[in-house]
Design a protein around this ligand. Structure first.
Ligand code: NAP
Length: 264
């Protein structure tokens, strides 16, 4: 049986999509014929992304800060209005500042919790409400990080707060399965974006070596021997965000070149 994504005409919301992982996800869904709404917090960056994506299909944008309740509510409302409902949510978000556990302040924990824990849970709730009301057999796909399985040095707030995605995926998969709404997560490893370049710069500074040397040392730990591309990661979002994964829910899929060592 040939594989078809079945995404033509489907209604997709991708958050944090003006560049990097979210942008690649939005592009992949557009290439499959879906209608897409993207989001970012900076209007200029969002407009630049839209002008690159428009030649590929039907896409529009909603400016909004994913850490703000009012913006989350407006984002879902505008996306539902523009698309006439939402079939697939791909939740990507921003990054808290790098730093060790002992470098954090009360405010930095609060900011990370807002962005990495409260935001995906509240947005998912708003989107799922619409799916349930419209009896849409929807899909929620959350981008997290392989750090939720094996913490990464110097991104302490992310290591702690992103684990919420695992709880969210498992909880929602059970609660929404009977409504035919599937809920899954993707665990990116090192993916070539601005964010990962900042992580290597920070790692290099701390060890007194260049960002390139820090990257080369890290790549030695990746069995496939290289950083992944946003496009390679985007295929996992298309799989989990379409009927290609029709019997998959509650899963957390690493896309990491094999860097995770743990069993299970
Ligand atoms: N790259 C990796 O290797 C990797 C691995 C694991 C996990 N991650 C995580 O995956 C996510 C995306 O990473 P990336 O590599 O694609 O980063 P990126 O290239 O820096 O892109 C981040 C995107 O998020 C948007 N954004 C940031 N804060 C936002 C906010 N508060 N509200 C709405 N949009 C916001 C940015 O647009 P604006 O600035 O215009 O808002 C931008 O479009 C991050 O959470 C990152 O920590 C990345």
């Amino acid at each position: 049986m040939p594989l078809h994504s079945g995404l033509a005409g489907q209604r997709v919301l991708v958050t944090a999509a003006s560049q990097g992982i979210g942008f690649a996800a939005a592009k992949a869904f557009l290439e499959e014929g879906a209608r897409v709404v993207i989001n970012g917090s900076d209007s200029r960056r969002l407009e630049a992304a839209l002008s690159r994506l428009r030649p590929l299909g039907t896409v529009s944008g909603v400016v909004g800060d994913l850490a703000q309740r009012a913006d989350l509510e407006r984002l879902v409302g505008e996306a539902q209005k523009t698309l006439g409902g939402i079939d697939t949510l791909v939740y990507v978000t921003g990054s808290p500042a790098p730093g060790t556990f002992m470098e954090q302040s009360f405010e930095s924990w609060q900011a990370a919790a807002s962005l990495l824990t409260v935001s995906p849970a509240y947005l998912a709730q708003r989107v799922a409400e619409g799916m349930v009301a419209a009896k849409t057999p929807g899909r929620l796909v959350f981008s997290a990080s392989f750090a939720i399985r094996e913490p990464i040095p110097n991104i302490a707030t992310s290591n702690v707060c992103r684990i919420a995605i695992a709880g969210l995926v498992r909880t929602l998969a059970r609660e929404l399965g009977p409504k035919q709404i599937r809920v899954n997560g993707v665990l990116p490893g090192y993916i070539g974006t601005d964010r990962v370049r900042h992580v290597f710069e920070d790692a290099g500074r701390r060890r007194g070596i260049s960002a390139e040397a820090a990257q080369a040392a890290l790549v030695q730990e990746i069995p496939l021997g290289r950083i992944g591309s946003p496009e390679e990661l985007a295929r996992a979002f298309v799989f989990l965000g379409s009927d290609m994964s029709s019997y998959v829910t509650g899963a957390l899929l690493p896309v990491d070149g094999g860097i995770l060592r743990s069993v299970g």
